[in-house]
Design a protein around this ligand. Sequence first.
Ligand code: MG
Length: 160
Amino acid sequence: MRIGHGYDVHRLVPGRKLILGGVEIPHYLGLLGHSDADVLTHALMDALLGAAALGDIGQHFPDSDPDYLGVSSLTLLGRVVDLLAKEGWRLGNADLTILAQRPKLKDYIPQMRQNLARTMGVPVGAVSVKATTEEGLGFTGTEQGIAAHGVVLLEPQQTQ
Ligand code: MG
């Protein structure tokens, strides 16, 4: 088995959508980025790539590439899972944490888990998503940005 960790941050700005785990969440600020800036899915992808020692998402999907302008991060997650499958790995489980002062995310978490699990071809029970505030402290606490951590376990694919 292999373990991986991913971490990502995106800045909160007016005039952008807030997308976390492929769910568009109504809020007066959104995340700035070249893609859809889905910080949760980015942390997950970096954890997956890290577990397989396959680099990071900046290397696989450079933000200088116009192909990735506004792209759904779920699309990129599907490509990461294909890459891992070629290397003989599949996801065992993922545990993800969002650090955000606002908005309240509890009601959106079931849909995030479903989106991520469906994209990765695993049962929803294999994907945990948690959210916490940092008690008003730091850049998440002052709503300058949202951060996310991801931890994953990879298992070898079953051989016939
Ligand atoms: Mg990112």
